[in-house]
Design a binder for this molecule. Structure first.
Ligand code: NAD
Length: 477
């Protein structure tokens, strides 16, 4: 499938292409263009021009296009879910949920966009200002680069592109290199729904080429990226050279803390569901399991029962719960991280093997407090390291001793203690008696420390992707 530049689906300027491979069986799903810096420049100039009239569209007209788009998605939702499964290795139940999320997210952003109110500020705090009126209003920023990771491409497309377009910006989407086709198809449906040419474009290709060309272009006015911390830092450095606004949703190593009075069955259920969803490739999945020593053996026994029962296999088959990782290289990296944790002193209780892009669900017990996985090593795969602790201070100290600060969770029946932990954890969100992978559309979602800058969600993205203008009417009162 070709990429979308200025209203047309085109190959790259040098006709180079990238194979999109099904990670489950190695078959070719399709080919997409490997865009060049020339293509990126063409798209940015088209976006800049198109945004001039798009920003003048009344919000009800922008919202009407969105509702037409959702009708088209409704007609193709099964095909979209299957495309996402084939290009990602993600099981069909999970991709069906991801496609269904498009409806909730775009409707929510469309409704919120109709209510981006300004304010009137009381004048007269200083002598001589009494007759002035000060107003604020939100304006689009201009051309927004929306850079998307492989793990939840549609969810992140929703989180970025819906608010960018609805608030009058032009969006240039850069999907992940491995699985861009579902996003290209969504782009096609948005065009059919009535988005003017140039307002939405989708450029495929390699991060280093397309990403760098986009992020360093002087006519890209804001960058919203979800991805790894390393790429986030590179993008922020490039953007800083021309003071371009960035919004970054990056990596995480969320702590999952189980205190001695916790409901153990609940904790086991939440741990098993959250850590192995999407084969462990979730930014806000719990990735470090800090279990109080008095409960540790019982937790391990119950979690092993759950892990043994996870059906692995062909992601197209609805009974499969765990498919492959995004590609074999990613699986080899997870295999290396498992071995690293064993060398550090951890003991594999189940799993630990890899075949092609598939990694067995793995539980590693007795992970020492100083192992890399207990702090700064994000494992993007189905791996559950269990780290026993004795005191609350010890648990908090391990949890906070990380470059990451995305989310965290605490299990206890004592609400006073739950709030103590919520306040002490250095991360952007905390879930009490639930796993940190819980995410609802309304909540502000974002990380502290090297997990990011800014927050996404219906509550907050419009603030990231618009700018606030202040207008003063002097002497009007
Ligand atoms: P990645 O950083 O490798 O790639 C993300 C995107 O950036 C891709 O589209 C890629 O092509 C592009 N890119 C790569 N190099 C670039 C460059 N130099 N300039 C601009 N763009 C460039 O991440 P990934 O492997 O696709 O996703 C996994 C990572 O994303 C994990 O670390 C995960 O925790 C994180 N993530 C975070 C959130 C969140 O909301 N905080 C959500 C999902 C994933």
């Amino acid at each position: 499938m070709n990429m979308l530049i200025n209203g047309e689906f085109v190959p790259s300027s040098d006709h180079s292409a990238i194979d999109v491979i099904n990670p489950y069986d190695g078959t070719l799903v399709d080919q997409v263009p490997a865009a060049t810096a020339f293509d990126v420049n063409r798209a940015v100039l088209a976006a800049k021009e198109a945004q001039k009239s798009w920003k003048k569209f009344p919000v009800h007209e922008r919202a009407a296009i969105v509702y037409r788009f959702l009708e088209l998605v409704e007609q193709q939702k099964e095909e979209l879910a299957m495309t996402l499964t084939l290009e990602s290795g993600k099981n069909i139940n999970e991709t069906t949920v991801e496609i269904r999320n498009i409806f909730t997210a775009w409707r929510a952003f469309a409704e919120k966009a109709k209510h981006l109110y300004g304010t009137v500020l009381p004048a007269g705090q200083e002598p001589g200002h009494e007759r002035n009126l000060v107003l604020t209003q939100r304006e689009p920023i201009g051309v927004i680069a929306c850079i998307i990771p492989f793990n939840f491409p549609c969810n992140l497309f929703n989180q970025k592109v819906a608010p960018a377009l609805l608030s009058g910006n032009a969006a240039i989407v850069k999907p992940a290199t491995d699985n861009p086709i579902t996003i290209l198809k969504l782009g096609k449906l948005l065009m059919e729904a009535g988005i003017p040419k140039g307002v939405l474009q989708v450029i495929t290709g390699r991060g280093a080429t397309v990403g760098d060309a986009l992020c360093s272009h002087e006519d890209v006015h804001a960058i919203t990226l979800t991805g790894s911390t390393k790429v986030g830092i590179d993008v922020a450095a490039t953007a800083a050279r021309r003071l371009c606004h960035v919004s970054l949703e990056l990596g995480g190593n969320d702590a999952f803390i189980v205190l001695p009075d916790a409901d153990l069955d609940l904790a086991v259920n939440e741990a098993a569901n959250a850590r192995f969803y999407n084969a462990g490739q979730i930014c806000c999945a719990p990735k470090r399991f800090l279990i109080h020593r008095t409960l540790k053996d019982a937790f391990v026994e119950k979690i092993l029962e759950r892990v043994k029962a996870i059906p692995a296999g062909d992601p197209k088959v609805p009974s499969t719960k765990i498919g492959t990782l995004i590609n074999e290289k990613a699986a080899m990296e997870v295999e290396r991280q498992i071995q690293d944790t064993v060398v550090a002193g951890g003991r594999i209780l189940i799993g630990g093997h890899r075949k092609g892009a598939f990694v067995e669900p793995t539980v590693i017990d007795e992970v020492p407090h100083d192992a890399a996985i207990a702090h700064d090593m994000e494992v993007f795969g189905p791996v559950m390291p269990i780290i026993p602790f004795d005191t609350e201070e010890e648990a908090l100290s391990i949890a906070n001793d990380s470059i990451y600060g995305l989310g965290g969770s605490v299990f206890t029946q004592d609400m006073k203690k739950a709030f103590y932990f919520s306040n002490e954890l250095e991360c952007g969100s905390v879930v009490i008696n639930g796993s940190s992978y819980f995410r609802s559309f309304e909540m502000p979602f974002g990380g502290f420390k090297q997990s990011g800058i800014g927050q996404e969600g219906v509550f907050s993205t419009f603030e990231e992707l618009t700018r606030l203008k202040c207008i003063t009417l002097k002497g009007i009162l």
